[in-house]
Unconditional design. Structure first.
Length: 333
């Protein structure tokens, strides 16, 4: 199998979250040509996860998994001597290609694995949450994300927060007649930025990103509304952090917790280099798919960037790595 060609073909199919159908159809076609049995797991009317198994083996011991969706904007594939560029090249379409190639190599040795490719990981893991209700009863799940082929000891969780401030419109020449929602929001954000956050000795600090701010109507109007979206990367349970956020914001704004994905500590394998994943994955939503491991080619530092790429050699190495991992896990059977 030409994994470089397959990676380029996948990158050239736009699959921003919510628009994964075309890449799902392409993968079904490719896997059917390789004589896999395909189970399309519906997520919404025009979206589905792809679960593929070898014929007559619907309950594999190990499943290789990653996601089909990407963040915007769409960037078509290009390449040079050592890299493939484009949106999804490392996060995670190159990983899809490496996992399919590994499954094919293992099948030559009569080792059967499953393949699960999910939608929606970049937004809310909706595809993984639906897939969790359709577990084949596997013992291990090897999830693919860009870890530079190092196995993750843990991945941080996510707490997505929305702040909604309300005010009263007035002419900007008479600010005393109005109430600025933006002023309230700015004060609330300053309080949250100043708030100490939890630190784990192994996983490092909880971090905060203020990802978007909207508000106001025009420069000559006292703003009556303002909104901000925040993302915390968690290193432990979020209950206490939620309480502290609410207390810090006080009456300045309404606080809504839009999404929470827990921090997860992961299985490692002796002899393989390790890393700590500061990002979130589908793993917390796939609890019924066996004990999870996290590893894949590519660097998370270039994912979601204009110049996203994957090293061709890392793709090739990942195939060997996935095959070796599966064999090690089978020894525990």
């Amino acid at each position: 199998m030409d994994i470089l060609s397959l990676t380029r073909q996948l990158v050239d199919i736009e699959s921003i979250t919510g628009n994964e159908r075309r890449v799902g159809e392409f993968l079904c076609q490719q896997l059917e040509q390789l004589r896999y049995e395909i189970n399309r797991i519906p997520v919404e009317s025009d979206r589905f996860n792809v679960f593929a198994t070898a014929p007559a083996m619907p309950h594999p011991y190990v499943v290789l998994s990653t996601h089909m969706d990407t963040v915007p904007p769409f960037i078509p594939a290009s390449e040079d001597a050592s890299r493939i560029y484009g949106r999804g090249s490392c996060d995670a379409k190159g990983i899809i290609a490496a996992q399919i190639a590994a499954a094919e190599r293992l099948r030559q040795d009569r080792i059967r694995v499953g393949l699960l490719f999910a939608v929606g990981e970049e937004k809310d893991s909706q595809g993984a949450r639906v897939a969790n209700q359709h577990s084949p009863g596997c013992k291990f799940l090897i999830n693919g994300e860009p870890t530079e082929n190092r196995i993750a000891v843990a991945c941080k969780g996510t707490l997505r927060v929305e702040l909604i401030a309300r005010g009263r419109m007035a002419h900007s020449a008479y600010p005393e007649l109005g109430e600025s929602a933006i002023d309230k929001l700015v004060e609330a954000l300053q309080r949250l930025r100043a708030m100490p956050l939890p630190v784990d000795p192994e996983l490092g600090p909880t971090t905060l990103n203020i990802g978007s701010i909207q508000g106001g109507r025009a420069p000559n109007i006292i703003p009556d509304h303002a909104r901000a979206e925040l993302l915390y990367r968690l290193v432990g349970p979020a209950d206490e952090l939620r309480r502290r956020i609410i207390a810090a914001v006080g009456e300045l704004a309404d606080v809504e917790f839009a999404l929470e994905i827990p921090c997860v500590r992961l299985r490692t394998v002796d002899g393989l280099p390790t890393m700590m994943a500061a990002f979130t994955t589908d793993i917390p939503a796939l609890t019924n798919w066996g004990e999870p491991l996290l590893v894949g080619p590519g660097s998370i530092l270039v994912a979601h960037t204009e110049g996203e790429y994957i090293e061709k050699q890392q793709l090739v190495t990942a195939v060997d790595l996935y095959c070796a991992l599966v064999r090690k896990l089978l020894q525990t059977a």
